[in-house]
Design a protein around this ligand. Structure first.
Ligand code: SF4
Length: 341
């Protein structure tokens, strides 16, 4: 059966007209799902009994169940959801000064194999559908009893390896009759899949684009991120420049600092050279320690020196606040642990 959350409003209008119904019914259904947040067709009380029956025969509403939930003392909540086909995915709720943010997964597993990631070693199973990505948000909102203000595509999976479903999910999240979260409050993070960066520049979606950079030479970046063997740093930078030129939007570069790997002054100097003159921001991330991972977190002193060097040389850099450090904070850790049990 088809998941009704997979449809954008115009697509749902077409579905309804295929069932011999008036298109405005789609708007009513959107209202019930995304504003009233109901979980069953029978709760859509302004639809006729006949239409509710038709909907039940043709569609599911796809409501995730919580398999496990961890809560940190800083307000971070990490969910493991049953996606109803025997698989599980992780979604994280983070509490920032500017509001609540949900970090969604875009795939079950990931093909990219970044060496610092807890998802590495978990086989790629499948892409999440747009409706499943949207359901991650609805399920968290239902658990906490309130809407959130920001969405980041930084959970498990490479969003640009599931491009069409992610774009569709963003449009449902952003639509005034959908979850109505402004595009400026939605961030998409990629490990650097160059063709999709060019494609994303033409989507007309003013979301924030984040690039996981983490190193300034091809040798070092390839050792951390196999995707760099496919798309070199210079190809990546060319795509980023094109994106900025087309959208006039600032790119956020993620740089996870690992002790004695990419955190010395030489790395900072190279980074300044690489990003010189670009409309960008650098987000420095104290690397999450993962089981069997070879990277360890930089010292606080090194992290601060690195940030100060960038800021003193014209590159705006901030250090990301560590959240959820008393739970399985790195993406993939909760799922990985669960798979072993
Ligand atoms: S960091 Fe992201 S892209 Fe890289 S392996 Fe982990 S989930 Fe995949």
């Amino acid at each position: 059966m088809k998941n009704i959350k997979n449809y954008q409003l115009e697509e749902l209008k077409q579905e309804l007209s295929n069932l011999g119904e008036k298109p405005y019914r789609a708007e009513q259904i959107f209202h019930w799902i995304y504003t009233e947040k109901v979980k069953a067709f029978d709760d859509m009380t302004n639809l006729s009994l006949e239409l509710r029956e038709k909907l039940k025969q043709n569609y599911t509403i796809c409501n995730f169940q919580i398999l496990q939930k961890q809560e940190s003392s800083d307000g971070t909540k990490k969910y493991l959801f049953d996606v109803l086909d025997g698989n599980a995915i992780e979604t994280v709720l983070m509490q920032y000064h500017h509001g609540k943010t949900i970090c969604v997964s875009s795939q079950i597993g990931c093909k990219m194999g970044c060496k610092f990631c807890a998802s590495t070693g978990i086989a790629f199973i499948r892409n999440l559908t747009a409706g499943e990505i949207v359901e991650e948000i609805l399920a968290v909102e239902q658990d906490i009893g309130e809407p959130v203000s920001n969405i980041v595509f930084m959970g498990i999976g490479e969003p640009f390896d599931n491009y069409d479903n992610v774009m569709k999910a963003i449009r449902i999240i952003n639509h005034p009759k959908g979850l109505n979260i402004g595009a400026r409050h939605i961030s998409v993070s990629t490990s650097g899949i160059v063709p999709q960066i060019y494609q994303f520049a033409n989507e007309g979606l003013p979301c924030t684009l984040s690039i996981s950079l983490h190193a300034t030479t091809d040798e070092k970046r390839s050792s951390m991120m196999p995707v760099n063997n496919l798309y070199s740093i210079s190809e990546l930078m060319q795509a980023c420049k094109d994106y900025i030129a087309k959208t006039n939007k600032r790119i956020s570069f993620e740089y996870a600092l690992a002790k004695d790997n990419n955190d010395n002054l030489e790395d900072a100097k190279q980074l300044v050279k690489l990003l010189n003159g670009m409309l960008c921001h650098v987000n420095l991330i104290p690397i999450n320690k993962i089981e069997n991972g070879k990277y360890v977190k930089s010292t606080n002193e090194n992290i601060i020196h690195f940030r100060d060097y960038l800021n003193d040389h014209g590159i705006v850099a901030t250090i990301r606040r560590e959240l959820g450090s008393d739970i399985d904070a790195a993406c993939g850790q909760l799922r990985r642990k669960n798979l072993k049990q």
